[in-house]
Design a protein around this ligand. Structure first.
Ligand SMILES: Nc1nc2c(ncn2[C@@H]2O[C@H](COP(=O)(O)OP(=O)(O)O)[C@@H](O)[C@H]2O)c(=O)[nH]1
Ligand SMILES: [Mg+2]
Length: 454
């Protein structure tokens, strides 16, 4: 656990490696004095002015550098903060960090700079999460969503809901104070109505999570189908035709190969079920169970069929959810005879499908466009803010059930002080999102997922 202390922390804020420049960052009240001890310049270091000079440790000269000082409270962390830009060389950076530690700084924990920003009230917790998300975002839509989180738009919507809820609580408490008069200040129906409206707004956010999750984590897109239908060929065709992203999330198991492509501003995590034993005796096969699992987890399933094979049949969906999220691919159209294609298309009427020849990269762009179109159906244009994090979604769900309990409580005829308990619980859930009542475990969990130096 990170101890909330007043120590001065130091870390490399750029990736370790060889680069044009690297940035070493210090935060805490000793930042400036530490840097003044190792940095020599003709100019005095002034706030928000880039100062050129040379870095030295106890043993001698290290490198030239530009130093920028951000004076508390006008810095990222809210504390005195100094950024040292030097040449991007891990050895030089280690020397500088080592010199800072010798002078009294300590190495920062992952996310500790942002954690301090949060603790010093520079940002709320949802904004801190936005910082992490923007660092890891790898598509236009993910970048957009994390920017909204970071800028506080999502937090603003939550704060708005909070205000409405506080108003309702105030009404009820007002009633509490005037209880002797034995008249309800506000008719029950009116309060119920206000709570229902609030719950409806929360429900809207909850239902936006399906889209938000796909934006933030990428659209999980398994490629499924019988052996030899051309799944791997389609996977490869996609990777060559569309921009490939090196995905930061490792593949789930070695039986699957996962690669991300970026299409229409969305990240699609294509999964080829390579290595899964293609076998007819499905019952025993672990591979089949695994791909079944993947099919259930997938946001969008590409089901590849060999359209040149007269025995190919369109499988019946296991359930409605799988039916809705499946796009069929009638592959090998180059060698398929017309009658067979017509037969399969007939079987697919009412379902989503595309015709392709993966081997010759024919139809790939059309499939990609169809995938984007499908994802967009989850996003309502008039709702600019959507939920991208599981933590927020869980808190909203809990808030919603507290509101429902409150309505029930009113209908049962409970006194205001009982009703208010549920409403206060709902309020606490909303506060959780903003970090007002969040416990240490949750904080540790959020910040430990940051990189060091952020
Ligand atoms: N003619 C033709 N052959 C294809 C097409 N797609 C795949 N194949 C061939 O079908 C065989 C099986 O393909 P593969 O991608 O390994 O299928 P998987 O088992 O579903 O992964 C290979 O010989 C491919 O070259 C296609 O669109 N047209
Ligand atoms: Mg294959």
């Amino acid at each position: 656990m990170v101890i909330e202390d007043t120590s001065t922390i130091v870390a490399l804020s750029t990736p370790s490696g060889y680069s044009g420049i690297a940035v070493v960052r210090l935060s805490g009240n000793r930042s400036l004095s530490i840097v003044n001890d190792l940095f020599k310049s003709k100019q005095k270091i002034e706030p928000r002015v880039a100062t050129f000079g040379k870095l030295y440790d106890q043993t001698g000269y290290i490198d030239t550098a530009i130093v920028t000082f951000y004076q508390a409270p006008n810095s990222y962390t809210g504390e005195d903060l100094v950024e040292i830009s030097l040449h991007g060389n891990p050895f030089l950076c280690d020397l500088v960090i080592g010199a800072c530690v010798t002078l009294g700084a300590r190495g920062a924990e992952p996310g500790e700079f942002t954690r301090r920003a949060f603790l010093n009230g520079k940002i709320d917790l949802s904004q801190a999460e936005g910082v992490a998300d923007i660092i890891y975002s790898s598509s236009r839509s993910a970048q957009n969503a994390s920017a909204k989180l970071l800028e506080g738009q999502t937090g603003g919507v939550i704060a708005g809901l909070k205000l409405t809820l506080i108003n309702i609580i105030t009404l009820l408490e007002l009633e509490l104070d005037f209880l002797e008069e034995e008249i309800g200040f506000t008719p029950k129906e009116k309060i119920i109505n206000q709570i229902e409206n609030l719950d409806a707004e929360i429900q809207c956010l909850i239902s936006s999570y399906r889209f938000g999750k796909m934006v933030r984590e990428g659209v999980l897109c398994p490629i499924i189908g019988p052996p030899n239908s051309g799944k791997s060929s389609l996977f490869n065709a996609f990777l060559q035709e569309e921009r490939v992203i090196v995905s930061p999330t490792p593949g789930t198991t070695r039986d699957f190969i996962e690669e991300s492509i970026s299409v229409g501003g969305y990240q699609f995590r294509l999964v080829d079920t390579a290595g899964i034993r293609d076998t007819a005796d499905a019952v025993e096969s672990i591979g089949v169970a695994k791909s079944q699992n993947l099919l259930n987890q997938g946001d969008l399933v590409l089901y590849v069929l060999d359209s040149s094979d007269p025995l190919t049949m369109v499988p019946r969906p296991h359930n409605k959810q799988n039916k809705d999220k499946t796009i069929f691919i009638l592959n090998k159209s180059d060698i398929a005879d017309r009658a067979n294609l017509v037969r399969l298309k007939k079987q697919l009427s009412g379902r989503r499908y595309f015709v392709s020849s993966a081997k010759y990269h024919v139809g790939v762009h059309e499939i990609a466009a169809g995938m984007v179109k499908y994802i967009k159906t989850f996003h309502k244009q008039d709702e600019p803010v959507f939920i991208t994090r599981l933590r927020h979604n869980e808190a909203l769900k809990k808030a919603s059930s507290c509101l429902k309990a409150a309505i029930q409580s009113i209908k049962t005829g409970n006194p205001s002080e009982i009703i208010v308990i549920d409403l206060r619980d709902a309020l606490e859930q909303l506060d959780m999102i903003l970090g007002k009542t969040t416990n240490d475990d949750i904080l540790n969990n959020i910040f430990s997922n940051f990189c060091v130096g952020k």
